[in-house]
Write a protein that binds this ligand. Structure first.
Ligand code: NAI
Ligand code: MG
Length: 375
């Protein structure tokens, strides 16, 4: 019997292309796993009116970790139009990945942004920032009122200031939600010998919600006297990160700012083709590249698999397979430093050629295998 059961969810579009590439690498380093493929995404939505079939939820709960590709999402109106006649008006589209994060309580969204030396896409050499984005609260909590009413205006003194008919989205931040993401950031910093954790917020304006997040941040920081703690408003953080990204190390933020700054910093270290992520809870964890399903490239094996391969590396780390993770890390490092243009993908100066995803994956797999032998 294999040591691990891995839920394998390619999803839509290039999700399959990049997960096929991941398998080439995992097989090359002899990762001892049994892969259980699950259905998720747009195809499920347009055939059965549910992008996250019940059987998939059952499946992921039985596995040790989840590897996810990407899904296609569309606004509710458009989603409705693509349903077969008999399902229209009966079901409502909700992103299956957001659902999975909630069902499995994956409250940590970790996005390492590392400038691997020699990548011509690096904004600056030496950037090595790990963003911890809260994954269950804030504006993504989903309490929204499309049209404010007279009735609602009467519920709270401040609510009278909201005009009838206004669209209102609530931002919800709790002490518990803040504590667990902030602690995860500090624990990571300690474990990986990082020097500083920066809290990003907008507490000078969003005083209640962000104020609480910042207060909790400094409370928890006291438990980690060995790690420097500081904070910044999100606007000034962006300014400083652009001016001097090397001054940041681990960064923790509520959901929305975390989303924005991780895309922003991700772009400084190569962009979507290089950006991995981990969604982690106390019991389950799901690993996925940051990019989406890029439908125009679906099935062509043109895109960069590095984001997905680095996500698999995060999975190996989480499972405690440190050696295998290190072999991948070294292989990626070496690949980025010395891969000739003909094995690279188009976003990184290689040819826009079908099959290129797998060419690069095999190149990385060879290197990973070699590094593993020397570890
Ligand atoms: P996207 O990330 O799918 O693609 C945007 C563009 O970035 C692509 O056209 C391509 O030029 C480039 N790109 C993306 N991944 C790449 C890779 N691995 N290598 C090289 N270039 C790459 O974002 P877009 O076009 O906004 O969304 C497409 C679909 O994906 C939408 O339906 C969206 O809702 C969904 N999406 C899903 C996500 C997920 O599964 N977690 C995340 C983001 C978007
Ligand atoms: Mg995003």
């Amino acid at each position: 019997m294999a040591k691990y059961k891995i839920a394998w969810l390619p999803g839509d579009g290039i999700g399959k292309d990049v997960l096929d590439a991941v398998r080439i690498v995992l097989d090359a380093i002899g990762f001892d796993a049994e892969y259980r493929e699950g259905r998720i995404g747009w195809t499920c939505w347009i055939t059965e009116g549910n992008p996250l079939p019940e059987e998939t939820i059952e499946l992921v709960k039985k596995c040790d970790a989840i590897m996810f590709g990407a899904i296609t999402s569309k606004p509710p109106g458009e989603a409705e139009k693509e349903l077969p006649e008999h399902l229209r008006g009966k079901v409502k589209y909700r992103s299956p990945i957001v659902q999975l994060r909630q069902i499995l309580d994956l409250y940590v969204n970790m996005r390492p942004c590392k400038a691997y030396p020699g990548n011509p896409l690096n904004y600056k050499e030496g950037i090595d920032i790990v963003v911890f984005r809260e994954n269950t609260e804030d504006l993504y909590f989903g309490v929204e009122v499309p049209e404010w009413t007279e009735e609602l205006r009467k519920c709270h003194p401040d609510f009278t200031r909201i005009p009838v008919g206004a669209a209102v989205s609530f931002k919800v931040i709790t002490r518990r939600g803040s504590e667990r993401i902030i602690r995860a950031a500090f624990e990571y910093a300690r474990k990986h010998k990082r020097k500083k954790v920066t809290c990003v917020h907008k507490a000078n304006v969003v005083r209640a919600a962000d104020g609480l997040f910042r207060t909790v941040f400094y409370e928890i920081a006291q438990e980690y006297p060995d790690i420097e703690a500081d904070d910044a408003n999100v606007d000034s953080f962006c300014q400083w990160a652009l001016k001097d990204p090397l001054k940041y190390d681990v960064v923790v933020a509520p959901n929305l700012y975390g989303d924005i700054i991780s895309d922003f910093i991700g772009q400084m270290v190569g962009g979507l083709g290089f950006a991995p992520s981990a969604n982690i809870g106390d019991k389950y964890a799901l690993f996925e590249p940051v990019h989406g399903s890029a439908p125009k490239y679906a099935g062509k094996y043109i895109v960069n698999p590095i984001a997905a391969i680095l996500s698999a590396k995060l999975m190996l780390e989480w499972l405690g397979e440190t050696k295998l993770a290190l072999a991948i890390e070294k292989a990626i490092e070496e690949t980025i430093r010395e891969a000739p243009p003909e094995v690279r993908t188009y976003d990184w100066g290689g040819p826009k050629k079908e099959g290129q995803t797998l060419v690069l994956a095999r190149y990385i797999a060879e290197k990973a295998k070699k590094h593993l032998e020397n570890l």
